[in-house]
Ligand binder design. Structure first.
Ligand SMILES: [Fe+2]
Length: 436
């Protein structure tokens, strides 16, 4: 009995000391360990032949690897693997007083020379004892081919409690989605590791299976203290390995980039930083041949449906380019409400015809909700904007199907019901687009 009491005392002192030193107040799923977690698949180079994967461990894992193999029915697919050494960086979460966990390691690997339109299985780990499960994804076809993708407006608040149901319902509706656009404000406090833990727990393994396209929002920037400037989340670049854009300034790297996928081009803009530097980039990407469909995504709404919000700069500098190059779809967030509208093509006499130029969507996937201002939407008539559908107090995700001559847009609510649908049909000979 004495021994049992003694052992219990030793155990509880150990637990208190362990908890006090490093992990007090943290949830067990927030704490980094030698096992890989927060596995995130992203684009990096040609979508038909490459991908990047990024994951987290504690600092005991100093060298890490990823393995990849073509997927076949036999469990022996793992006999034919390529092993790639990871790039590892240590980040100190205590740079921000928001965090209690100290240093953690992020590892990333680029998979290159993959075969187009092929299912692969990959895993990440230390190469010996600590491995993730095998996770499967398919490369893009090398040519135009129908596919679908999903889009989420701000997750931001109640990410684990309320956003988890949205991403999971999205996975039920579109398990084969080629990628997922997260249109900014993925979390609320840029540097707060707990919130990123929630984001990764809410999506779980889906973040490693779907390829993610994260967009930087205002909540991905924050100050460390009152007298320091706002900076990009200390976790953004370590945990997302994103395409580089050599013509852009250093501070915009991994926040402004372009993905080409089976005939569709997604241009990701950063509505928070140096918007001027992005004008030439946007035009270059829109001019570049090879895209049958063009989608632009940025966090702030070009036609904001919420009161006292006005992204006038984008209407002045970006919209003329969207018009000129016939961008099909613009996907945005920030306003915590839902608005879909379009701008028709302007004819030579200055009037608007029946052919559409661009469809604009503002959406929200998380818990926080704002009111919608009809007056504000009506004020955009000067730019030709016509409102097609709105909603308040609804959590959404969208599934967009890309076919040979149509973009089929569907907005689903968190309970899986279809709320809004729009079909853009394009005649590629004349460039004329109709909206139904
Ligand atoms: Fe925002």
């Amino acid at each position: 009995m004495k021994n049992i009491v003694l052992n219990l005392l030793i155990l509880s002192f150990t637990a208190i000391a362990w908890g006090h030193e490093t992990h007090e107040g943290l949830r067990h799923w927030e704490i980094a360990s030698p096992d890989p977690d927060r596995i995130f698949l992203s684009f990096y180079g040609d979508a038909a032949t490459s991908r990047a994967v990024t994951w987290r461990t504690d600092t005991s894992i100093e060298k890490a690897v990823a393995q990849i193999a073509e997927s076949i029915a036999s469990p022996e697919f793992d006999q034919q693997t390529a092993t790639i050494e990871a790039r590892t960086e240590t980040i100190d979460l205590n740079q921000s007083s928001d965090n209690k966990q100290g240093k953690v390691n992020y590892h990333s690997v680029i998979f290159n020379n993959l075969k187009p339109d092929t299912l692969y299985a990959y895993r990440v780990g230390d190469g010996e004892n600590f491995w993730s499960e095998w996770i499967q994804f398919k490369t893009a076809a090398a040519t135009e081919k129908p596919f679908s993708f999903v889009y989420f407006g701000d997750a931001q608040n109640g990410v684990l409690s309320h956003w988890s149901r949205v991403i999971r319902m999205a996975y039920q509706k579109a398990p084969d989605a080629a990628f997922a656009i997260h249109a900014g404000d993925l979390i609320n406090h840029a540097h707060r590791d707990m919130e990123w833990s929630e984001w990764f727990k809410a999506g779980g393994w889906v973040h490693g299976q779907w390829t993610g396209i994260p967009v930087l929002g205002n909540h991905e920037l924050a100050k460390f203290s009152e007298d320091t400037p706002r900076v990009v989340s200390i976790l953004w670049r370590p945990q997302f390995t994103l395409p580089l854009s050599p013509t852009l300034p250093e501070e915009l790297q991994e926040t402004v980039y372009t993905v080409d996928y089976q005939g569709l081009r997604v241009i990701v803009l950063n509505s928070m930083m140096d918007t001027k530097a992005q004008n030439a980039y946007l035009e270059q990407q829109l001019q570049r041949p090879g895209a049958k469909w063009k989608v632009v995504t940025c966090h702030h709404s070009i036609f904001s449906p919420a009161k006292k919000r006005n992204f006038a700069y984008a209407r002045k500098a970006w919209k003329p380019l969207l018009d000129k190059y016939g961008v099909d779809l613009v996907l945005q967030g920030h306003d915590h409400t839902y608005a879909r509208g379009h701008v028709p093509v302007r004819t030579a006499d200055g009037s608007y015809g029946d052919s559409i130029e661009t469809m604009y969507v503002t959406s929200v996937s998380g818990k926080k909700m704002y009111d919608l201002s009809r007056e504000q939407l009506e004020s955009y008539a000067v730019d030709g904007y016509e409102s097609d559908q709105t909603a308040v107090k609804k959590q959404f995700f969208q599934v967009i199907n890309v076919t040979d001559n149509q973009l089929i847009y569907e907005a689903y609510t968190a309970d899986g019901k279809l709320y809004d649908k729009a079909v853009i049909t394009k005649d590629f000979k004349t460039g004329k687009k109709t909206l139904q």
